[in-house]
Structure formats: C-alpha cells, structure tokens
Design a protein around this ligand. Structure first.
Ligand code: COA
Length: 237
C-alpha cells in the first residue's frame, strides 16, 4: 500500500465512516445476496475497484470470524486498519476470490513488517488520524480500540526478524470451507517467497478456534500469545 494523492487513503472509505448514520447498521448490503456458493470462483490479484467490497468483507468477518456489523459505530474503521493500508502500500501481495460478480474474500500480505509499519506512519495513518480526529467515541466501545490502534499502532514484534512478513485473510461465509483459504494462502506464500521473504506471522483471536485450527493445519506454529491473542508463524517457502 504507497502514498497517493496527498497521502489520502482511497476515496470513499473513511469518508463514509465519519459520514454514516453512526449506528453501525449503515453498511450497504452485499451486492449479490443471491449468489450461489463459492464453487465457481477464482483467485486473482486485487484491483482498485475491489476496495469497497473488501472493506465490507472485513466488517462482515470482523468479530472473531463472524459478522461485526452493528458492533462498530464507524463501519469502515476495521477496513481502515486491516485492509486499506495493505491495498494502498502492498498491492502486489493482495489477492481476492471472485466468481465474476465481485470480490468476497481476500488475503492481504506485507512483505517486510518493519518497513510496512514505517510506510504506514508516513503514508497511511496521518490521513486516517485526521479523518477520525474529531469523532466522539464511547471509550468502552469496539470503535475505541481501533482508534487507539490508529493513534498508536502496536510495535512490530521481535519475532518479525525470523518471520518478517505478515498477513490477514477473510472470506465471506459462502466461500468458507471450500479450500479457498488454503488457495489464497498458498498464492500469497508463493508471491512472498518470490519476493525474498523467509517467513510469515499473524495474530489471531484465541476465541476464533476455527481460524486457529486452519492456520495450524497449514503448518503455522505458536510464536507468542496472551489471554486474547495468539501469534503464529510459518517459515517460507
Ligand atoms: C479462516 C478461513 C480463512 C479459513 O479458510 P477456509 O476456506 O474456510 O478453509 P479451507 O477450506 O481452505 O481449509 C484448508 C484446510 O484447512 C483445514 N481446516 C480448516 N479449518 C480447520 C480447523 N479449524 N481445524 C483443522 N483443520 C482445518 C481444512 O480441512 C483444509 O484441509 P485440506 O486442505 O488439507 O483438505 C475462513 O474460514 C474465514 O475467512 N473465516 C472467517 C474470517 C476469519 O476468521 N479470518 C481469520 C482471522 S485471523
């Protein structure tokens, strides 16, 4: 994800967030609710016109793998933290699953987490901070922890020395359990390895047992953790 037009994030995202009706239920419905299951999809590189759809995927899978719509007063906050900067600064490592009617799942990678954090500080966070700077937030709300993240992003973990890349993966329910997660991860791993990465890490909520099982099945091992978050890693290739 690099800087573009006065360092602003992609148009539409946070503007909608701060301009929404504020009850967290203003995200538009998915555009193709009657689509069949994901059997007819394919994986392709991210395109800029996927951005809005990928923000929605992040919201609809953002509560430990379940729909987070309604948890957030500002529905684009999750995307502004976990989707937007990757699309903007590392598009080479963004892949989506699509059946021709629009993207409904993604894997997003950052090749070098330390360099990515520095790039975000230069070219992503300033505009996002400015956009959300004046909003009023209940300190106990789901929005509050993301606003704290935006204000003070967490440091790059020490284990990033051995596992320098990191990733996020989310699929809407109709695409889950059909092999698309594995295919997306394998596509990303190939791209990261081709770019010289020696390993990848990720954080997952301990309560998201399905995702933890998925990662372990794909060869990730425990790196660190606390009561709520588990850090996993895998050496590449
Ligand atoms: C987690 C997620 C990405 C997994 O993708 P998926 O498409 O459902 O998983 P796949 O069908 O590709 O499974 C790949 C393999 O992992 C295995 N697997 C999946 N979940 C597993 C589990 N909980 N325990 C053990 N194995 C598991 C599958 O059996 C399959 O095995 P195989 O390829 O050897 O036959 C997807 O379910 C998802 O997006 N969930 C909601 C959002 C989410 O939780 N994202 C992660 C946030 S950290």
């Amino acid at each position: 994800m690099t800087s573009r037009e006065t360092d602003m994030p992609r148009p539409g995202a946070a503007e909608r967030a701060v301009g929404g009706n504020g009850d967290g239920r203003d995200a538009a419905p998915m555009p193709y609710p009657d689509r069949p299951d994901g059997s007819a999809g394919s994986i392709r590189q991210y395109r800029p016109d996927d951005q809005e759809a990928l923000y929605r995927v992040s919201l609809r899978t953002g509560d430990g793998g379940s729909d987070a719509t309604g948890l957030y007063r500002y529905p684009d906050l999750l995307g502004d933290v976990f989707v937007g900067p990757y699309l903007e600064l590392q598009p080479r490592f963004a892949f989506v699953v699509d059946d021709g009617l629009g993207a409904e799942g993604y894997v997003l990678g950052a090749l070098d987490s330390a360099a990515f954090a520095a790039d975000c500080e230069r070219a992503w966070w300033p505009a996002v901070r400015a956009r959300y700077g004046g909003v009023s937030i209940d300190q106990g709300s789901a929005d509050a922890w993301l606003l704290r993240w935006i204000e003070t992003p967490p440091p790059v973990p020490d284990f990033a020395r051995d596992y320098p890349s990191h990733l996020h993966i989310d699929l809407l329910p109709r695409w889950q359990s059909g092999g698309w997660g594995r295919r997306l991860i394998e596509r990303l791993f190939a791209e990261l390895a081709d770019a010289g990465s020696t390993g990848v890490h990720l954080g997952v909520g301990r309560s998201n047992e399905r995702a933890v099982g998925f990662y372990r099945h794909l060869g990730f091992t425990d790196l660190d953790g606390d009561d709520t978050t588990l850090w996993l890693g895998r050496i590449l290739p």
